[in-house]
Design a binder for this molecule. Structure first.
Ligand code: A3P
Length: 274
């Protein structure tokens, strides 16, 4: 399991060129790992087929030592599920750049439920209802979804911060890659841009073993399940799958908790919560 094993506030060797993709689990993390490398490599997708996501865009939670962190050459691409308060202080003082990807939490919950069923390092849920309760209480790895998005978004002015959603990426991947490039100050040619987009579709990623954990040992992931749960169909299957899982009562309860917890957040969500 990805467990923060040290105080990341101590890591202050953050460079202005550092790029952090921040997600709550199941919100498009691996997708960001897939996209950021070829953006940085000006459309070259070779590293994506030759190296694991976690080698190209490592988890800061899993960095072995501060020395290792500091020794990594620029441009450093990082990914993390950490809650805001655990981020290195320098990131919270505008060093580096942060791209936060949010996803409809109901779909996050469903995706996470299925992931628990085949990820050996996570506790097998008794059933969907059991997992629903744990998620609502934040008793899952990654803690509380509501806290995660609230604290990251509320502190956006302390960082160089871009907020995007999984749903926007599904609807128009090209525009979102362009937006990321503008934010990161990367000027890609038409051909380079097309290469990034083509290699970041669900269809391409499903066929790339490096992109969907196919090389992770069976002891960690039961490969009878699949990381990219859905087939080649992108919409509507990865948006709104919660409707196939939630009862009406669960949906209504979720909506009311959502309204309550998100009340003070000056953010209009682009996903269809209902
Ligand atoms: P589902 O379980 O709903 O299929 P993370 O990487 O944060 O764990 O998120 C995993 C989710 O992102 C999975 O959702 C997976 O299918 C989806 N995903 C990964 N790459 C994608 C892509 N290129 N297009 C659409 N969805 C993608």
């Amino acid at each position: 399991m990805l467990v923060p094993h040290r105080n990341f506030n101590l890591i202050n060797e953050i460079r202005d060129s550092d790029i952090f993709a921040v997600t709550y689990p199941k919100s498009g993390t691996i997708w960001m790992q897939q996209i950021l490398t070829p953006i940085e490599a000006k459309g070259d997708v070779t590293p994506n087929t030759e190296h694991l996501n976690a080698q190209r865009v490592p988890w800061i939670e899993l960095i072995g030592s501060e020395k290792e962190f500091n020794a990594t050459p620029s441009t450093r691409l990082w990914v993390t599920h950490l809650q805001y308060k655990f981020m290195p202080l320098a990131v919270r003082q505008k060093r580096g750049k942060v791209i936060y990807v949010a996803r409809n939490p109901k779909d996050v919950l469903v995706s996470y439920y299925h992931f628990h069923k085949y990820a050996a390092m996570l506790e097998m849920p008794k059933d969907f209802n059991d997992f629903f309760e744990k998620f609502m209480e934040g008793k899952v790895f990654g803690n509380c979804w509501f806290e995660h998005i609230k604290t990251w978004y509320a502190n956006r002015d302390n960082m160089n911060f871009l907020y995007i959603t999984y749903e926007e990426m599904i609807k128009d991947l090209r525009s979102m890659v362009e937006r990321m490039c503008r934010f990161l100050g990367k000027d890609l040619t038409e051909e380079q841009m097309a290469s990034v987009v083509e290699h970041s579709t669900l269809r391409t990623m499903k066929q790339n073993p490096q992109a969907n954990y196919k090389t992770v040992p069976d002891s960690l992931l039961d490969h009878k399940g699949t990381f990219m749960r859905k087939g080649m169909h992108v919409t509507p299957w990865t948006i709104g799958d919660w409707k196939n899982h939630f009862t009406v009562a669960q949906s209504e309860r979720f909506d009311s908790v959502f309204q309550e917890k998100m009340r003070d957040l000056p953010l209009s969500f682009t996903w269809d919560i209902n």
